[in-house]
Design a protein around this ligand. Structure first.
Ligand code: SF4
Ligand code: SF4
Length: 65
């Protein structure tokens, strides 16, 4: 069965941090290592898609693998 992976497209992301608060992802997969660094989705993502709805820039994308 295909797995859906989510990632942040760095070319589109404005680093606004709207998706960063803990409540954006119940699994806490959206990460920023230091203030000002690019955000990324770590490999504990469960593919629920909730974060996709938060980004007005369409910077959160998914792949089927
Ligand atoms: S909400 Fe979108 S533009 Fe803002 S930090 Fe998250 S991915 Fe980037
Ligand atoms: S798809 Fe779901 S589990 Fe993955 S980062 Fe977004 S909110 Fe978190």
């Amino acid at each position: 069965m295909a797995k859906r992976l989510y990632f942040i497209d760095f070319k589109k992301c404005l680093n606004c941090s709207i998706c960063l608060p803990r409540e954006s992802c119940e699994y806490k997969c959206i990460v920023q290592e230091a203030v000002g660094d690019a955000l990324f989705i770590d490999n504990s993502c469960r593919g629920c898609g909730k974060c996709l709805l938060l980004c007005s820039q369409n910077a959160i994308k998914h792949l089927e693998i």
